[in-house]
Design a protein around this ligand. Structure first.
Ligand SMILES: C[S@@+](CC[C@H](N)C(=O)[O-])C[C@H]1O[C@@H](n2cnc3c(N)ncnc32)[C@H](O)[C@@H]1O
Length: 321
């Protein structure tokens, strides 16, 4: 016999649990061709059902997307979702359905969950700026291990800062250096400043709405770093819809050749960098030769081209004479 003084309160809880199980059951069945719903392993079944739904709509990495989405809604890490043995609540299922619909429409996962991890920092993501890519962390790594980083204090400018990821990663390492970050897009700069505020770095960086290095004084920077648009307009048209239709064209499309902005920035940086100052560039997987040629014809010294983790040329470094 149950002697709990709260006996009467148990009843609604049980029926609520049953109702939630039913909601979860319906959601899983609606999502996929799964015929048996396993109430003992609700999270595994939930992820599997979403994975099937996303695979059927042609979403890449459907399992990872499903796990990230469920983890986002539960407020935990993706691996932790399998440790949970309770069916999700009504609110969680409703939230999941809303987000899953956005994934169905091809919106990138990072915009749907609203953030990405970059250099250990949580960076807010939305359509105002490009989603930071893992390759760009290599650019940060090259700067942090370069000789210029040993000079103190360093004056460094991040051109085309977008979400602010590069400038913030660097400023988080040495907040007392002199950092500047520019972008042509005021919307991107707004997002970058929100990210900086989130990490207590807004006042450590001078934010400028500017085209490339225009209006910078001669010999005023020790280092210039940029991940500028490097895709030709023709190639931009052929990008996957989740990139082309959701991320800003102005963050990707450089013009007819793809090299326009890299060429123009490299030309300007020759005057803005101090003697011995360094230029760091990220570029497209097939542009290594063109970038190297561009830098040597402008007179840069010690030009190095470094690959990304897939073995494609990706990063250039060069010294101003
Ligand atoms: C490829 S995104 C990179 C964003 C960020 N740095 C990153 O690595 O994720 C290129 C950025 O350059 C900006 N941009 C395009 N043309 C520019 C120009 N002429 N001057 C400054 N920024 C520019 C775009 O608005 C966009 O934010």
């Amino acid at each position: 016999m149950n002697e709990s003084p709260f006996q009467n309160e148990k009843q609604p809880q049980n029926s609520q649990k049953n109702a939630e199980n039913q909601i979860y059951y319906n959601f899983v069945l609606r999502n996929s061709a799964i015929s048996a719903v396993n109430l003992l392993m609700p999270m595994l079944t939930l992820v599997k059902s979403l994975e099937r739904r996303f695979s059927a709509t042609g979403i890449d990495n459907a399992k990872r997307v499903a796990e990230e989405l469920v983890a986002h809604v539960l407020g935990c890490m993706p691996l932790e979702i399998y440790l949970r043995d309770e069916a999700p609540s009504l609110e969680q299922i409703q939230a999941l359905e809303k987000l899953a619909l956005r994934i169905d429409c091809g919106e990138p996962l990072q915009y749907v969950v609203g953030h990405v991890d970059f250099w250990g920092l949580k960076i807010k993501c939305d359509p105002r700026a490009l989603i930071p890519r893992p390759e760009t962390e290599l650019l940060v790594e090259e700067i942090l291990t370069s000789k210029i980083w040993n000079h103190k204090p360093t004056t460094l400018v991040d051109i085309g800062t977008g979400s602010g990821c590069i400038a913030l990663a660097l400023a988080s390492q040495r907040p007392d250096d002199h950092f500047k970050a520019t972008d042509l897009s005021s919307e991107a700069l707004g997002l970058a400043r929100e990210n900086a505020r989130q990490h207590g770095l807004e006042n450590k960086i001078l934010w400028l709405e500017n085209s490339l290095l225009e209006r910078f004084a001669p010999a005023s920077c020790d280092a210039v770093v940029a991940n500028l648009p490097y895709i030709s307009t023709r190639d931009w048209k052929g990008l996957s819809p989740s990139v082309r239709d959701h991320e800003p064209q102005s963050a990707l499309d450089s013009g007819p050749s793809g090299m326009e902005l890299i060429q123009e920035l490299s030309t300007q940086a020759r005057y803005v960098l101090v003697s011995g100052g360094m230029l760091f560039l990220e570029f497209g997987f097939d542009q290594g030769e063109a970038v190297s040629h561009c830098l040597s014809s402008l007179g840069y010294l010690n030009i190095q081209i470094k690959p990304d983790l897939a073995g494609h040329d990706r990063i250039a470094m060069a010294e101003n004479p």
